[in-house]
Design a protein around this ligand. Structure first.
Ligand SMILES: [Zn+2]
Length: 328
């Protein structure tokens, strides 16, 4: 495995390890499905005035707020509703996603609506601009509450390196500096709790919030059964999946569930392609079944928190066992 394949994201740690190597092979992930390639190449793209976000108009009245300037290549999604708009993640926090949304609404002639944030999980690449919003929905997890209410202060060496892991273009806003970058803490009373399988009703469409515990203990998978839309956060990515528990039972359970869903559009939270192939879930499930049967010999990878991690690579998919990732 070369250093470039470390560029998995799904966790911040790996990026730190990879230092300043650029390129993001694992995340480019060109979909094989012809119709998705066409959707992506014909999609309207809006470059916001901060110079940072590339906003992509996706099928089903959904806008992806992509951050191609940082190696995480993270995507947050604005899902237009009638009663309110749902924002699935708030991104890195390198530029204001709230301002970017306001700009896009203006350009696109979209109505002003309340924004309800649902964080896919509480890793830093998805909660960076939480402080800009008043309602943050998620499962009741101590880890989640701690991450969101503590944020991270500026000036910590490991996070400076992380926030300095930029791609050549686009450049971050002028006032951005990795050494002063922080994730501001959010007051606890802004966090609203949901339960597993609760329905989030946007007026014109409904999402079921599914609790997943494989990537983190708090992950929110969103599924709209009527329109067959699926958002899996970092629980699923076509080429790399990370799991925290020792036996892989939770990831297996998640993969079985995801594979059982009837899906027309599966949106990616990381990478240059915002849509996953529809067979990616069954491919990953089959690959992980080989891991479960001990047919795959893992290799060790040093993790920046100091503990070795095991990577199982099978059929072009990497499964990372990273039990310590929720410690930060
Ligand atoms: Zn992530």
């Amino acid at each position: 495995m070369n250093i470039k394949s470390f560029r998995s994201l799904l966790t911040l740690a790996i990026v730190v390890m990879a230092g300043s190597v650029c390129a993001t092979d694992v995340l480019i992930h060109d979909p094989e499905q012809k119709e998705f390639k066409e959707v992506m190449s014909n999609a309207k793209r809006i470059h916001t005035s901060d110079g940072w976000f590339e906003v992509i108009k996706m099928p089903n009245n959904i806008y992806a707020f992509w951050e191609p300037g940082h190696v995480e290549l993270v995507n947050s999604f604005l899902i237009l509703g009638e009663s309110f708009d749902l924002l699935y993640d708030t991104g890195m926090g390198i530029a204001s996603i709230k301002n970017a949304i306001a700009e896009v609404r203006k350009i696109e002639g979209l109505p002003e609506r309340k924004i309800v944030v649902v964080n896919s999980h509480a890793h830093l690449d998805h909660i960076g601009d939480n402080h800009e919003f008043d309602e943050l929905y998620g499962f009741n997890s101590e880890w989640r509450i701690r991450k969101i209410t503590e944020g991270i202060p500026a000036g910590n060496k490991k996070w400076i390196d992380y926030y300095a892991s930029l791609n050549e273009t686009p450049k971050p806003p002028e006032n951005y500096s990795p050494s002063t970058m922080s994730v501001p803490p959010v007051r606890k009373d802004k966090i609203k709790f949901i339960n597993d399988r609760d329905i989030i009703d946007l007026g014109n469409r409904k999402f079921t919030a599914i609790l997943s515990k494989s990537h983190t203990e708090d992950s929110v998978v969103l599924y709209d059964a009527d329109n067959k839309l699926l958002f899996t956060g970092d629980v699923f990515s076509p080429a790399i999946l990370g799991f925290i528990e020792n036996n892989g039972d939770d990831l297996y359970k998640d993969l079985v569930l995801l594979d059982s869903l009837d899906v027309a559009y599966h949106y990616n939270t990381h990478g240059a392609y915002q849509l996953s192939d529809l067979n990616a879930r069954s491919k990953a499930l089959k690959a992980f079944e080989k891991v479960r049967k001990n047919e795959v010999k893992p290799y060790e990878v040093e993790f920046f928190v100091g503990e070795p991690n095991l990577v199982y690579e099978v059929d072009g998919i990497q499964f990372w066992h990273w039990p310590y990732q929720s410690h930060y």
